[in-house]
Ligand binder design. Sequence first.
Ligand SMILES: *Cc1c(COP(=O)(O)O)cnc(C)c1O
Length: 370
Amino acid sequence: MEKNDFANWPTWLPLRAALKSSTPYGAPQLPNVIHLNTNENPNPLPESVRDSIMDAVAGVAANLNRYPDRDALSLRAALAGYINAKSETFFEAENIWAANGSNEILQTLFLAFGGTGRTAIGFTPSYSVHPMIANITGTSWIVGSRDSEFAIDADGAAAGIREVKPSLVFLTTPNNPSGTATSIVDIETIARAAGDVRALLVVDEAYAEFSDEESAVSLIKRHPHVVVSRTMSKAFAFAGVRLGYLVANPAVINAMLVTRLPYHLSALTQAAAQVAIANADLLQAGLDEIKVERERVSAALKLAGYKPMPSAANFILFTGFKPESKELWQAILDRGVLIRDVGLPGYLRVTIGTPAENDEFLAAIHSLES
Ligand SMILES: *Cc1c(COP(=O)(O)O)cnc(C)c1O
């Protein structure tokens, strides 16, 4: 079998049938190009934060012969404090779960609440990892729809949920790849339907800090089946550390404790993440500039004849071009800028980078005009 051959599995390999047509998640990681394809925060960590991380890591290094705090209690308390400060809520460590990226959070949710004979529903186009983990865990995946502007019709979605009766409902807001935000009123309409059929509503808020909409964490008290997934990969400029977290009723967290792997979150990760939370304001100081740049890039795309979708996140989905997505993606890559073909015909997604990176992207766009 060839390296990277995911089509011709050998007959001696007892791979589960559901995985035989699967391929690995694979956003390209290419050298010597500007990366505007994975929605990272383009700003490197301030030196003072880097120094504090080094100190914190040095502090735990002497004890690396021991397993880490299995329940990451002080980290979870710090995350609760961060959410409470942002959303005027009163969560404690028992309302928070933390893992290696929100992707691991999502996997742990599927392990606890999905699986064979169970169904999950999502509103597409949305985050491709939700159906990917559904497939890996043997959970049936039902596709709910968005309209031509990528908004969710909340009443229609609620009717669909009542009909399908899933165990898990996924709602990404702001949505990836479209940037569309769902209002708190619409989220609550969907939450009520999920509650009526005893489903969990998982609100994936990976881009919450870029949006002006109210966070769904405010619904958890009234609707204990609402769980909110967040990450430090985007707004916190901390993608390399891998830290995602969940805000939920303690019963949901207890289910996470049952399905997590023992000692899943390393002492190094826990130490680094606590420094990041303590320095949230410094790490997020660049968010306003990213939002301003988002509107600048959007306006420039419009002027160049494209149609950018309104975005409440740190990326823009755009359409209105003639060649196929793949051709335009390649032409922009040939000019040194890597953006994302999200598999949506006629659309491409560009992450907002530094002003200089955005200028390079726009220069590539302009060089294509004839
Ligand atoms: C980037 C992203 C995540 C994954 O974040 P990690 O914490 O890096 O695993 C989750 N959900 C959505 C919608 C994302 O775009």
